[in-house]
Design a protein around this ligand. Structure first.
Ligand code: HEM
Length: 183
C-alpha cells in the first residue's frame, strides 16, 4: 500500500493517522464518561490526568495530520456527488480538524486557569497558558462540556455519511479509508 494518497485511495500514513485519531477520540470520550461517575479522590485525579494526556496526544496527532494533509491531496469525491453534498463534506472535515485542535486547547486552558498544569502521561508538564481564575474555569468548563456534545453529534453525522456512501450510494468513499483496502 503506498504511503501517500493517490487519486483513488488514501495512503497508509493518512489511514494510520485517521484511525489512531478515531481510537484516541473513543478513549477520551469513554474516560470522560467514566470520570463523571467517580467520587473526589486519587482515582478521579489519575483518571483526569489520563483524559488530559490523551487530549494532548490528539492535539499532537492533529498537528502531524494537518501537516501531512497539506502536502497530500485527498482522493477526489465521486464525480456524480451533488455540489451541496461536496460543500457539506468539506465543511465537516474542516470542522473536525478545528475540533482536534480546539477541544484539547480548551482543556489545556481550563487546567491552566484552575492552576492544575496538564501533564503528558507524566513525562513532562505543559506550561500554563492562562492566569488562574475561577470565572475562567467555570466558563471553559461549560464550553468544554457543550462542545463535547456538539462534536459527538458531528462525528456521528460523519460516520453516518460514510455508511450512506458505502451502503446506499455504493461508491468507494468508505472503502478507500479502510486499513486493508489497496485502492
Ligand atoms: C467509525 C468512525 C469513522 C468513520 C467510519 C470515518 C470515515 C471516514 C471516511 C470514509 C473518510 C474519507 C472521506 C473521503 O474520502 O472524502 C474520512 C475522512 C475524515 N475523517 Fe473520518 N471516520 C471516522 C471517525 C473519525 C473521527 C473520530 C475523526 C476526528 C475527530 C475523523 C475525522 C476525519 C477527517 C478530518 C477526514 C478528512 C480527511 C481529509 O482531509 O481528506 N473521522 N472519515
Amino acid at each position: 500500500m503506498p504511503l501517500r494518497n493517490n487519486d483513488k485511495s488514501y495512503g497508509s500514513v493518512a489511514k494510520l493517522l485517521h484511525w489512531s485519531m478515531f481510537l484516541a477520540f473513543a478513549a477520551v470520550y469513554a474516560i470522560a464518561i467514566y470520570m463523571s461517575y467517580l467520587p473526589m479522590g486519587p482515582s478521579l485525579f489519575e483518571t483526569i490526568t489520563l483524559h488530559k494526556s490523551i487530549g494532548l496526544l490528539i492535539m499532537g496527532l492533529a498537528l502531524v495530520r494537518i501537516g501531512w494533509r497539506l502536502f497530500n491531496k485527498s482522493p477526489a469525491l465521486p464525480a456524480d456527488m451533488p455540489m451541496h453534498e461536496r460543500f457539506i463534506a468539506h465543511a465537516a472535515h474542516l470542522a473536525l480538524y478545528a475540533i482536534m485542535i480546539g477541544m484539547p486547547l480548551s482543556g489545556w486552558a481550563m487546567s491552566s486557569a484552575a492552576n492544575f498544569p496538564a501533564s503528558f502521561f507524566g513525562l513532562f508538564t505543559l506550561p500554563s497558558i492562562m492566569t488562574p481564575s475561577k470565572e475562567a474555569v467555570d466558563l471553559l468548563k461549560a464550553i468544554h462540556w457543550y462542545a463535547a456534545w456538539g462534536i459527538g453529534a458531528l462525528i456521528l453525522a460523519h460516520v453516518g455519511a460514510a455508511l450512506k456512501h458505502h451502503f446506499i450510494n455504493r461508491d468507494t468513499v468508505l472503502s478507500r479509508m479502510l486499513p486493508f483496502h489497496k485502492g
